[in-house]
Design a protein around this ligand. Structure first.
Ligand code: NAD
Length: 396
């Protein structure tokens, strides 16, 4: 039967296979037109969290831009008789199909990246992919792009849950439902100390460090290896919920892990370097559920589109690769904290000033004119394979 989007509270419960496939092909076409192989381009790339958002764009950029061999790991649901699969399942399927078409080696794994078992399976897949492509089993680029609500620690088998909450004091504000343009008030109580440490456990840097150790143990790291994990900082108006909240604490820990990885592997000349890249706020499965974000992103998109500065995941990754990680002179531009900044356009003073002005005057009556809520709704649906141009949504 035809599949229609089932959306509750900015969460989409199903996905459309043909729409996901078309959306992946669109990103591949963009990459082919904008990114091409250079002398220092990565040849063997591992992406953990490869099926959606920034991880998917990172894998597409590496494979279809740089012609790299890619191994991808994500955690997605297959379709069943009663339910559609998750969007990432269909994205991976299309990625592999297009890779075969272009003669690219790709191996995709499905399972829990936090587990020892999947780390071992991934290591074997990297070796296999290298043999298949006839290249040394040395990872040139390792992208860590997980966004997960839970993590089972392989050491003790305990499952930790992350929360999106402020720290210290309760926070309230206006939330926007981008499906219907209706505002509601939110009030979130502060996180308990346990919730803070659990969120750090899930979304912090411990697992990234475990991955680096696992790859090192198997001799897959090399003096050319670049490792990157993604974070968000955003404007001050979101800090109470994001940067100074539980997720921000986890992201601080990601930066701690990055320093530890550089101390262990870069300073000893085992790898080229590790970075946390600060990316732009975009509509993905993970970001849509953060209270302040839909209103902020709707205003931001309007401003950035008007200024011709707007980017999606694939455009962000193109800039990350070409202008940061794989520059002509081999240098990686960073801020004073050694972070890569591809949120630089989002954070420009003129952009932020215009966004704040918009956010202060937007109401239910003018939300479709003052903001790009329509664009945000479209992007959200597209992430799940809906509202994609050229797809027949009445087909069975
Ligand atoms: P996403 O939800 O689109 O993708 C998350 C990926 O993680 C998927 O491939 C999913 O399958 C995978 N995953 C989740 N749990 C897993 C598990 N246990 N094992 C294996 N794979 C698992 O997320 P996203 O928005 O692209 O976020 C990726 C990273 O980018 C995050 O660290 C996020 O904080 C960061 N980031 C996001 C934004 C944004 O606006 N979306 C902005 C800046 C930085």
């Amino acid at each position: 039967m035809p599949i229609k989007p089932m959306v509750r509270n900015n969460i989409c419960l199903n996905a459309h296979p043909a729409g996901c496939a078309a959306s992946v092909r669109k990103q591949i076409e963009y990459t082919k037109a904008h990114l091409s192989k250079t002398d220092n381009a990565p040849k063997l790339v591992l992406v953990v969290g490869c099926s959606n958002g920034y991880g998917l764009a990172s894998r597409i950029g590496a494979a279809f831009g740089y012609k790299a061999v890619t191994v991808g790991l994500s955690f997605e649901n297959e379709p069943s008789e009663k339910r559609s699969g998750t969007a990432g399942y269909y994205n991976n399927e299309e990625f592999d199909k297009q890779a075969v078409k272009d003669g690219l080696v790709s191996i995709t794994l499905n399972g829990d990246a936090f587990s020892n078992e999947m780390k071992a399976k991934t290591v074997e897949a990297v070796k296999q992919a290298a043999v298949k492509a006839g290249i040394p089993a040395k990872i040139d680029l390792f992208v860590y792009s997980l966004a997960s609500p839970v993590r089972t620690d392989p050491k003790d088998g305990v499952m930790y849950k992350s929360v999106i909450k402020p720290i210290g004091t309760a926070q309230s504000g206006r939330s926007l439902n981008f499906m219907d343009g209706i505002f509601s008030d939110f009030n979130i109580e502060p996180a308990t100390p346990e919730e803070i440490s659990n969120t750090v456990k899930v979304m912090g840097g411990e697992d990234w460090e475990l991955w680096m150790d696992a790859l090192d143990k198997e001799g897959l790291l090399d003096t050319q290896t670049r490792a990157v994990a993604y974070t968000y900082i955003g404007p001050e108006l979101s800090w109470a919920i994001y940067k100074n909240g539980t997720i921000g604490k986890a992201k601080e820990d990601l930066e701690r892990a990055c320093r530890a990885i550089n101390k262990k592997f870069t300073e000893t000349k085992k790898i080229f370097g590790a970075w946390v890249s600060v990316n732009k706020a975009l509509v993905t499965r993970a970001s849509a559920v953060i209270p302040i974000i839909p209103l902020y992103i709707s205003s931001l998109f309007k401003v950035m589109k008007d200024m011709k500065l707007h980017e999606g995941c694939i455009e962000q990754i193109e800039r990350l690769y070409r202008d940061r990680l794989y520059t002509a002179d081999g240098k990686v531009p960073t801020d004073s904290e050694n972070r890569i900044r591809i949120d630089d356009w989002e954070m420009r003073d003129d952009v932020q000033k215009a966004v704040v002005e918009k956010m202060n005057k937007v109401t239910t009556e003018n939300v479709y004119v003052e903001t790009d809520i329509a664009g945000v709704k479209h992007d959200f649906l597209e992430v799940h394979g809906f509202d994609v141009e050229g797809v027949d949504y009445d087909a069975d």
